[in-house]
Design a binder for this molecule. Structure first.
Ligand SMILES: Nc1ncnc2c1ncn2[C@@H]1O[C@H](COP(=O)(O)OP(=O)(O)OP(=O)(O)O)[C@@H](O)[C@H]1O
Ligand SMILES: [Mg+2]
Length: 454
């Protein structure tokens, strides 16, 4: 808008004091005075209007400057276009990102800005024009002068006149290249974190494994020793049977054969064979089960859900730990004979081992050390409690014990990962692990496990 030259009217009109009388008769003079007064009034109005105009102009300029500075400081791209999709206004970010001069952008078709091979962008924008329907987060690629395209997320809002008719749309586009890169970096960092966490779980498990090895060896010793004993007996039996068969094939007379049969105790050997073989098989079976448990425990692979008897897993885990302890605490079980659960067996085993380790640690040098383990079905859950009669957990530590690397044990005796990993393993299968102090002393850790996760 052109600015009127300030004070123009003051200069062009003569001031009242300078009006000449022209030597007219008094009546004519009065008329003149009246005319001059009118002129003066008109002149005053004119001056007032000019002042108002100037003020409005200054306000308008200020508003324009404000809008320009807002548009100029926007990092998002802004395009306003008319109802036919012709560009009417763009902001500097748009000029910079497209690489096209503002003048060239004005009046060009909005659709020419975007790559749109399959017509999807045109279809979405047509909807906005036709039904005055806003669009949010429409991903497009904006062409750039000299080739290439920039990914943008567009928000389009219809622009209406005072009668509510569509007069155009306003498009705001956010460059998402940076955002994508940042997201990619975040994703990589997350993957690295997940890998580190998995390694932590494995190293914690290996540390626990080191501690239970003595217990496992002890547990293996029992079946292996009776398999050995049985095999020695079978060897002796085999020798007796061979001697008897040799005599039989050498056609010894029936009486001598009968004598040999009594001497070699062939009848009692025959009767003993079945229980001996059954016992050996049972021992081998037991060894196989222990080895399976051990493999499951040490495996770093993510195991699936399976149905198993939770009481057996608890007993094995507790046995492994307690057998390896120098001073063995008394262990009291309060469990049904069998209780099936559908869960990750190796994970539950690992958690029980960790809890019993902690209980055994706190019970070292305590008189009358005792661990109570209960397991029962409560509604949809299986609830396992591990209680000790140790020092309990100081209230100030309650919030910290599940944090990684929190330990009160001397350096080299605890990594502070046992409870952190156990909590994660329980949560991962829809369960929970909580800690409390028992009113009669000692700590109680409670596991909640869905008996049949959906
Ligand atoms: N039964 C318990 N009684 C008292 N305090 C306990 C008990 N169990 C755990 N805590 C406390 O919680 C801390 C963290 O236990 P967590 O099992 O996570 O690590 P840690 O036993 O110190 O080391 P790690 O298990 O990695 O060898 C322990 O250092 C101990 O202070
Ligand atoms: Mg521990």
């Amino acid at each position: 808008m052109a600015k009127p030259a300030s004070g123009k009217f003051h200069e062009s009109l003569p001031m009242q004091a300078e009006v000449p009388t022209l030597g007219l008769a008094p009546a004519g003079e009065e008329a003149w005075i009246e005319v001059i007064r009118k002129m003066d009034a008109v002149y005053k109005d004119l001056v007032e209007s000019q002042t108002l105009l100037e003020r409005q102009h200054a306000a308008l300029e200020e508003a324009q400057q404000f809008i320009d500075s807002v548009l100029g400081s926007m990092t998002d791209v802004l395009v306003a276009c008319d109802a036919r999709g012709r560009i009417q206004q763009v902001n500097p970010a748009m000029v910079q990102l497209s690489g096209v001069a503002e003048k060239s952008l004005m009046g060009s078709a909005i659709l020419d800005l975007f790559e749109d091979e399959d017509g999807a962008v045109a279809a979405r924008l047509a909807g906005c024009f036709r039904e005055a329907r806003p669009i949010s987060d429409l991903e497009v690629h904006m062409r750039q002068q000299g080739g290439g395209a920039t990914p943008l997320a567009l928000n389009c809002s219809p622009r209406l006149d005072h009668r509510g008719r569509l007069v155009g749309i306003v498009i705001v586009g956010r460059p998402i290249g940076e955002l994508r890169r940042a997201y990619h970096q975040l994703d990589l960092a997350h993957q690295r974190l997940t890998r580190t966490q998995q390694q932590l779980v494995v190293s914690e498990k290996m540390a626990a494994l080191g501690r239970v090895v003595a217990g496992v060896a002890h547990e293996l010793n029992n079946p292996i020793s009776f398999v050995f004993g049985n095999m020695h007996a079978l060897k002796r039996y085999g020798a007796a049977i061979s001697a008897y068969l040799d005599a039989a094939h050498g056609r010894a007379d029936p009486q001598a054969l009968e004598e040999l049969r009594r001497k070699l105790k062939i009848d009692s050997i025959a009767a003993d064979m079945k229980p001996l073989i059954d016992g050996t098989l049972e021992g081998a079976e037991r060894v196989r089960a222990i080895v399976q448990d051990l493999r499951r425990f040490s495996s770093s692979q993510r195991e699936g859900l399976e149905v198993f008897d939770v009481t057996r897993t608890i007993r094995t885990a507790v046995d492994w730990v307690v057998r390896a302890e120098r001073v063995k605490p008394a262990v009291v079980f309060d469990m049904p004979g069998e209780l099936d659960v559908c869960a990750r067996k190796g994970h539950l085993h690992q958690v029980i081992v960790n809890l019993v380790h902690n209980a055994a640690d706190v019970l070292q040098n305590r008189p009358d050390p005792r661990i109570e383990i209960s397991c029962r079905r409560e509604g949809e859950d299986v609830v396992i409690k591990v209680r000790d009669n140790g020092t309990g957990i100081p209230q100030t530590h309650m919030d910290q014990i599940f944090e990684p690397f929190f330990t009160t044990k001397p350096i080299g005796q605890g990594t502070g990962l046992g409870l952190y990993v156990s909590y994660g393993l329980m949560k991962e299968q829809g369960g929970d692990l909580t800690a409390a102090n028992h009113p009669e002393g000692g700590a109680v850790f409670t596991i909640h496990l869905p008996a049949n996760p959906g």
